[in-house]
Write a protein that binds this ligand. Structure first.
Ligand code: HEM
Length: 485
């Protein structure tokens, strides 16, 4: 018996040494030739984890199994010091993580021509080579100017109000007639219909359902390993993308051939010109529509799901919200839609929207790629061609910047002026989310109409939260939904 115990203990000790040795060798391999940079700077502290998979298992452990995503950064702070910059290997790449307002701002503020970081999204083939989220430098500036012209004008925001509200109102009626819904799924479809109506004026239910299925396939591929073999999510996503591109290209060509002028974003993009009087190419219009829907569809529906979830759990906030909304409706005639002027008066609703967007942390981090030699951040060497993951989530749940950060408390916004770099839910710098006003407006409209006439009750209020791929209630916020009495 003693011999067996001795043999087992020895095997365990040897195994532990082997594990440490393999990880040490992997670290040395990634750091070869990088030990000392300019001015004696070193790569930030951290670990490259296991060969090939790096620290992905630890990421999955914190996000998927423990469901405590903030442990991932907390562990690194505890192990390597609260310096806000660590090396790791994640999602297939050697990577630097930054997680302080200053460092995040420095990375996100950089543009390729003059700066050190370019966009670093995996799966650029799926997003589209001429999509704003993928192109860099001068091309990025050019496409972005077209988008901002189409997106951020008061005319565009008014159009959003007129298009989206009837869709929201009729969807809520449908939910009330169903009685029981899985909010996340229903909201996703509603948001898809409304974003497609605004961007491309598509209204056919059959076509929209087909497109939504293709989009779900595309999303699954963006989150998967880039292995293009039949049967993989990535392979299927490429097919979905091709079909989507085909549908949108047909629409652009049809409009051109027939000289049709529609009141939507596709038209604004087709008609907009740059400083040389050039239009966007057909493919640029199509790929940017694909990426706008990608950027705007799941993110906003996620926040709206959280709205129903938190308001069900915080009745005092719901009551205050209803009070403000009643004040607005009392000034309007029956069934009159919400206007931009009304929204300016809805101070409390605005705070609820900001708090929802902060707590949802739809984008927990942002990817960049290092494109220059000799980049130094906070005295640490940042190797060329490595990825940088700007971990914005950790700032939004840091008690140094937000009191009791995991509590849903819209009133915190009454006297809180976030310091620079501490409210970066929409990013920062040249790639700051062009859909930010769009998203806030949708959340406010949603709150207004849902609180006005309906009530809802979570079926599983203690269901817990899932953080992969985006934070959402485990059961998708299953609920009873009905007319308010
Ligand atoms: C609550 C909702 C939303 C959140 C939290 C969000 C968040 C973000 C963040 C953090 C970025 C910066 C990415 C980077 O720096 O690489 C971004 C970029 C972007 N977002 Fe949003 N977004 C939201 C809604 C929308 C909507 C409604 C649209 C469009 C309909 C949109 C379209 C885009 C696009 C096209 C980019 C890329 C911009 C560029 O690379 O220049 N987003 N978004």
């Amino acid at each position: 018996m003693e011999v067996v115990t001795f043999a087992t203990s020895t095997a365990l000790v040897l195994l532990s040494f082997l594990v440490l040795y393999v990880r040490w060798i992997n670290d040395r391999w990634h750091l070869r030739g990088l030990e000392t940079g300019t001015n004696g700077s070193k790569v930030p502290p951290g670990s490259m984890g296991w060969p090939l998979i790096g620290e992905f298992l630890d990421f999955l452990w914190c996000f998927k199994f423990l469901r405590k995503p903030d442990h991932f950064i907390a562990k690194r702070k505890a192990r390597y010091g609260d310096i806000g910059i660590y090396r790791t290997h994640l999602f297939g790449y050697p990577t630097i993580i930054t997680c302080t307002p200053q460092l995040n701002k420095q990375v996100l503020g950089s543009m390729t021509e003059e700066g050190s970081f370019s966009t670093g999204w995996p799966s650029s083939q799926l997003i589209g080579n001429s999509a704003v989220a993928i192109v860099d430098g001068v091309a990025h500036k050019r496409i972005r100017r077209h988008l901002m012209e189409a997106f951020n004008s008061p005319k565009a925001l008014k159009a959003l109000l007129i298009t989206a509200q009837p869709i929201f109102i009729s969807t809520f009626e449908e939910w009330a007639s169903k009685g029981k819904i899985i909010a996340f799924e229903e909201i996703k479809t509603m948001t898809f219909y409304s974003i497609c109506d605004m961007l491309i004026s598509f209204k056919s239910k059959d076509l929209l359902d087909t497109m939504e299925r293709l989009y779900r396939g595309l999303m699954a591929g963006i989150r998967s390993m880039t292995i293009n073999v039949p049967g993989t999510a990535y392979h299927w996503a490429l097919k979905c993308r091709k079909k989507l591109t085909g549908i949108l290209l047909d629409e652009v060509r049809k409009r051109k051939e027939m000289g049709t002028q529609k009141q939507d974003f596709m038209q604004m993009m087709m008609d907009s010109t740059d400083e040389n009087g050039e239009n966007m190419s057909e493919m640029e219009v199509v790929e940017n529509i694909v990426s706008l829907i990608l950027g705007g569809y799941e993110s906003t529906s996620n926040v709206m799901t959280w709205a129903l979830y938190y308001l069900a759990k915080y009745p005092s906030v719901l009551n205050k919200l209803k009070e403000e909304i009643r004040g607005i409706t009392n000034q309007k005639s029956k069934d009159e839609l919400l206007t931009l002027e009304d929204i300016k008066e809805m101070k409390y609703t605005s705070k609820v929207a900001d708090e929802l967007i902060r707590l949802s942390n739809v984008s927990p981090f942002i990817f960049r790629r290092v494109v220059k030699d000799n980049v130094v951040l906070n005295g640490y060497k940042i190797p060329k061609n490595w990825k940088v993951i700007v971990w914005i989530r950790s700032i939004h749940v840091d008690p140094d910047y937000y009191d009791d950060p995991l509590t849903f408390n819209p009133d915190r916004w009454s006297d809180l002026k976030p310091k620079v770099g501490t409210y970066t839910v929409f990013g920062h710098g040249p790639r700051y989310c062009p859909g930010n006003n769009f998203a806030r407006l949708q959340v406010i409209m949603f709150l207004y109409h849902v609180c006005l006439k309906y009530r809802w009750e979570l079926l599983n209020p203690e269901a817990g939260v899932k953080f992969q791929p985006h934070p959402k209630p485990v059961d998708g916020a299953e609920m009873y939904f009905s007319h308010a009495k």
